[in-house]
Design a protein around this ligand. Structure first.
Ligand SMILES: [Zn+2]
Length: 234
């Protein structure tokens, strides 16, 4: 099993690891700071260095519980020691986007009663899908402004783990726990102090001021009450 270093430290940019499985140009490591695509967050890219040889990490995927790093070529063997370096500019942008997404979604939920149905983070543009009967662009601009006020308050973003049983007793978290597979006994909670708390596997900034400001890039109707909003950061 791979130790997921990004789960406890989103700011880890480099790490040492050992190759434990190889399949052509793909490898599994005993530990990794590379985030695999999932939960609406794109994977990290970067490189693995072994004895002075550099292998570019093109993509990272989770497949039946294993984290596969797809490299630009084959050449690594089981037992090799590697030094991993993640592309920090890309990752940090996605961390800012991810925290922004939680804050905006929390405002949409609290102030408009919108139910969030999906999200996709991008480097320049992210989107949130939600259900809302009444859709008003002016109101939407107001929610974005409210989210920006909250971000500017420099709230801490805390990451901790809770047992499933504890989560099920928590009225705010229970909805999330009930949709997660029962096999998951320990849940990772991302709490943006005073704003949002949820079970989440993604990478986030440590304080909301690191996000900057949310810029509304567009909004679409995707059916009777399905809405989609696009945003960027500045
Ligand atoms: Zn999230």
């Amino acid at each position: 099993m791979t130790e997921l270093l990004y789960m406890t430290n989103s700011y880890l940019k480099e790490f040492d690891a050992k190759v434990i499985e190889v399949d052509g140009n793909r490898v599994v490591l005993d530990r990794t700071a590379f985030y695999p695509t999932g939960g609406g967050q794109p994977c990290d890219t970067g490189k693995l260095v072994c004895d002075g040889r550099e292998f570019a990490v093109l993509s990272v995927k989770k497949e039946s519980g294993k984290i596969w790093h797809e490299l630009d070529r084959a050449g690594l063997a089981v037992g090799d020691q590697v030094h991993g370096v993640i592309d920090w500019d890309r990752r940090y942008k996605l961390m800012r986007m991810h925290t922004a997404c939680h804050v905006l979604a929390a405002v949409l939920y609290k102030e408009a009663g919108a139910k969030i149905t999906g999200n996709q983070l991008g480097l320049e543009k992210s989107r949130i899908d939600f259900n809302l009967e009444k859709f008003d662009r002016e109101a939407l601009a107001g929610y974005v402004e409210r989210a920006n006020q909250l971000l500017a308050q420099d709230r801490p973003v805390k990451i901790y783990f809770m047992d499933r049983e504890e989560v099920l007793k928590d009225p705010e978290l229970v909805k999330l726990a009930s949709v997660l597979p029962p096999a998951i006994q320990r849940l990772r909670i991302v709490e943006i102090e005073g704003i949002d708390r949820q079970a989440d596997g993604g990478t986030h900034v440590a304080r909301t001021s690191e996000v900057g400001r949310i810029v509304l890039l567009g909004a679409e109707n995707k059916g009777k009450s399905n809405r989609r909003v696009y945003f960027g950061l500045c």
